[in-house]
Ligand binder design. Structure first.
Ligand SMILES: Nc1ncnc2c1ncn2[C@@H]1O[C@H](COP(=O)(O)OP(=O)(O)OP(=O)(O)O)[C@@H](O)[C@H]1O
Length: 799
């Protein structure tokens, strides 16, 4: 089983050139191939001069007394005979180039796609030249080789000389079009431009050589210079045929001369413009296509190319291995009780059906015609009483089914192991961006959803009902499916104990602020900085998306992988970022608005740029899950809660208060509420997984988020000494006043400074009374209206 799972995951990385050779071995083998290519090239060339002398030695390979004249002696003579004479003739020399190139690719560990193309085209050339040589020079078999000769013979037996000629011609067309990218348009354009340049050259020639036998014209022009003066005076008077004829002719010639020169120059400029347009249109595509052709698509996983995904063996099988055990008696008993209870209230049942899930069994009832649904719904407590069971939930009607559902907990619930959901084909084959296997539904199906589509998740439930296990299930799912290059976690754990295990994968999967030591954030002050830093990351990513002219991270990454975005312009492969907050209530109680604002901002805007939030809380009260948070978290999970009100706060519906705990949960992503038994993953399993990943080669550091300078110490260090001011203080003040926007990133951009320095300048500006105090993720208020005001403030300062 474990092996089956590993295979599909490793497929994307099969693209690499490595045939499981180490880098050193690749260099050795590559060097060998290059040298062999060079040696064979010279040996093949020398074969054409020495083959007659060496022919008698072909059978004397083992005789050490005989020496061949070929450059590589008997080895060269034999190989050349085999490849050139018995093979493809003179075109076989191309093999030596291909051999050399293969060596070079291996030597430099380059992508194999480019090489594969060269080999395919090389073979096409070799075969075509061989047949062409066999056709045109059949009396010289050394040129076409036996293959060329025999193929010609064979083809001519069926198609005759004309047929083979046409076939060769067709081959040539294919080569010209596909390899040399020849098309009739390019040919016509080429001829046109050549023709035009020739024409202009010809036209320019008489103009540049005026004296060369053009005396009559000169005389005429000379005449015409004089004549118009006379003509202006007597334009119509000259009426004699002889003069009439002369004058117009002269005029025409004169006009023609001028006209031609003008047209000539005009034509020249048009031709040049057309050429330029063609170049501009073709270049960008060609570069990316060529890069992809030569190096293959960009592979973000290459840096950790040998990364191995955790195997299924690291997960345990909890509970019984044979899946759900059905207790027939229990089923029958429950059915009878339901039927009886309803009968007591005069509700007849037309049909009843049971679906057995891991923790609850769903009894679907079709009541007799005319029974009011609300009547059954009101009997919830009575049915629960008669079944003597906790956690009965009535769904009336089941959406899309036209039946009424009564969920009754099983006496012996089955634990859903994380192992079984990860191994399910539904999860393994999930073509999702961030697939999460939560557990199993009531009909025992694995429940897999895409976090990227949610796009943020709110998890709530009373203490001890399975939230932390749920969070671990989410993180485990992603660890089993996503490469460290594709997803990064920002983990916030005010309880300080729940997520500590993930420290081990810091340099693989975690993201943190540049100057922080711990990647898992436990301090509330740091949380504010991290959230604001994520807001900056979000803004930066939006800028990148805008520059790339795409709408979301998926399109962006596709474009980046196709090498259409230049890393020199700041583009990079963007990993998804998943922000997990384990105890949100604690955070909002201590930091309030400072946390709520950036979270709301991220929740509203971050979906397109791949930042997704998962927020868990024990206290699902309205002052924790505020309206603004709720509005931006359509996907919600409720574990068991203590009151109907809590259930309503989380789900906008009741039901969570009737769950049975231990991972029994309700999931909603809008309208429908689905009951799921959350997959169980124990702490030792998570430890094994993180240890397995942590032991592998990692990035040098955790993924670094943009620096954010908060207002931690704004109250104390605000009194900057004027002499301590930054050299760019004045310039920065002008930028801020002109733009009327007090943000560090503006200074950073305009003055090309680092974030730290820009942050310090902002503090100095605040101390000088030019900008207002820190206002969370919003830009600071600018307190000075214009440059005069600024001059006034700075002028009044005592040095
Ligand atoms: N999916 C599950 N299947 C079986 N048992 C579970 C499941 N989830 C939780 N449990 C049981 O419930 C216990 C408490 O779960 P968990 O620690 O996740 O609760 P919690 O909601 O995070 O509590 P707290 O808020 O106090 O941290 C677990 O130790 C485990 O025994």
């Amino acid at each position: 089983m474990a092996k089956k799972v590993k295979k599909p995951k490793s497929t994307p990385r099969k693209k690499r050139f490595s045939l499981k050779l180490s880098k050193q071995n690749k260099i050795i083998l590559g060097g060998l191939l290059m040298l062999l290519g060079i040696a064979l090239f010279f040996s093949f060339i020398s074969f054409y001069f020495t083959w007659q002398d060496d022919q008698s030695l072909l059978s004397e390979f083992s005789n050490r007394n005989e020496q061949a004249r070929n450059l590589l002696n008997k080895f060269g003579a034999n190989v050349s005979h085999l490849v050139l004479y018995k093979g493809f003739g003179i075109s076989s020399i191309l093999f030596t180039f291909l051999l050399f190139l293969s060596g070079l690719y291996m030597f430099l560990s380059m992508q194999k796609q480019g090489l594969l193309r060269k080999w395919i085209w090389g073979l096409v050339f070799i075969i075509w030249i061989s047949i062409a040589m066999g056709f045109f020079a059949d009396e010289k078999p050394l040129l076409g080789g036996m293959v060329g000769y025999e193929m010609n013979d064979f083809l001519q037996d069926y198609g005759g000389k004309v047929g083979v000629f046409l076939l060769l011609l067709f081959g040539l067309i294919v080569i010209l079009v596909r390899f040399f990218k020849f098309s009739p348009d390019t040919a016509v354009a080429y001829i046109n431009t050549k023709g035009k340049s020739l024409a202009t050259e010809l036209k320019n020639r008489p103009a540049t050589k005026p004296k060369d036998g053009v005396t009559p014209q000169e005389e005429k022009i000379g005449e015409s210079d004089e004549i118009p003066l006379e003509e202006e005076e007597t334009p119509i008077v000259i009426d004699t045929y002889t003069h009439k004829k002369d004058i117009p002719v002269l005029k025409q010639e004169e006009e023609e001369n001028e006209f031609k020169i003008e047209v000539g120059t005009e034509e020249e400029t048009i031709a040049m413009e057309v050429e330029k347009i063609q170049e501009e249109l073709e270049e960008p595509d060609n570069i990316s296509d060529k890069l992809v052709e030569d190096f293959g698509e960009f592979d973000p996983t290459l840096e950790l190319g040998n990364f191995k995904f955790p195997s299924l063996d690291l997960l345990d099988q909890h509970g019984a291995t044979g899946g759900i055990t059905i207790n027939q008696e229990e089923l029958e008993e429950n059915k009878n009780r339901i039927v009886e209870t309803l009968k007591n209230y005069k509700i007849g049942i037309a049909q009843i059906k049971a679906t057995i899930g891991p923790t609850v069994t769903l009894y679907e009832i079709v009541p007799d015609a005319g029974v009011r649904i609300s009547k059954i719904k009101n009997l919830e407590d009575d049915i629960a009483l008669s079944l003597a069971a906790l956690g009965i939930r009535i769904i009336a009607p089941i959406p899309g089914k036209g039946t009424i559902g009564i969920e009754v907990p099983n006496k012996n619930s089955t634990i859903v192991s994380m192992r079984s959901v990860i191994a399910s084909s539904k999860f393994q084959k999930a073509e999702m961006q961030l697939p999460i296997a939560f557990g199993k539904t009531i009909s025992n199906e694995t429940f897999v959803v895409d976090l990227a589509k949610m796009p943020h998740l709110l998890m709530a439930g009373a203490t001890g009902q399975g939230k932390s296990v749920g969070l671990n299930a989410v993180l485990t799912s992603l660890l089993y499916k996503k490469h460290p290059a594709e997803v990064k976690f920002v983990l916030i754990d005010p309880k300080k104990v729940e997520l500590t295990l993930f420290n081990k994968i810091e340099r693989h999967y975690l993201a943190k602020l540049p100057d922080s030591e711990e990647a898992i954030i436990t301090d509330n002050n740091k949380v504010i900085n991290t959230l604001n830093s994520l807001c900056i990351e979000m803004d930066n990513r939006y800028e990148l998306l805008k520059a790339a002219m795409v709408r979301n991270i998926k399109e962006y990454n596709v474009k980046f992988k196709a090498r259409k975005l230049n890393p020199n312009d700041g583009h990079m492969f963007l990993p998804y970022i998943v922000l997990v907050i384990d105890e949100f209530a604690d955070l909002i109680m201590t930091a309030g608005k400072e946390v709520e604002t950036p979270i709301a901002r991220l929740a509203q805007l971050a979906r397109a740029i791949g930042i997704h939030l998962i927020i868990a809380t024990q206290r699902p009260s309205v002052n924790v899950i505020t309206g603004i948070i709720k509005a931006n978290f359509p996907a919600r999970i409720a574990f068991r809660v203590t009151s109907k009100i809590d259930s309503r706060t989380i789900l906008d519906a009741q039901g969570a208060d009737q769950l049975i705990g231990r991972g029994d949960m309700l999931y909603t992503q809008g309208n429908d509420v689905t009951r799921i038994q959350c997959a169980f993953v124990d702490t030792p399993e998570v430890e094994k997984i993180t240890e397995f990943i942590g032991a592998q080669r990692a990035y040098p550091d955790a993924h670094l988020l943009p620096e954010y300078v908060g207002n931690d110490d704004s109250g104390t260090s605000i009194d900057y000494n004027i002499s301590d001011r930054d050299a760019k203080f004045r310039e920065a003040a002008e930028v801020i006043v002109i733009a009327q926007q007090g943000s560090a990133s503006l200074i950073q951009r305009k003055l090309k400074l680092g974030y730290n320095r820009a942050g310090r300048i902002i503090d100095q500006l605040e101390a000088a009374g030019i900008v207002g105090p820190f206002e969370g993720s919003k830009a600071r208020q600018v307190l000075v209206q214009d440059i005069q005001g600024l001059d006034q403030i700075l002028g009044n300062e005592s040095p």
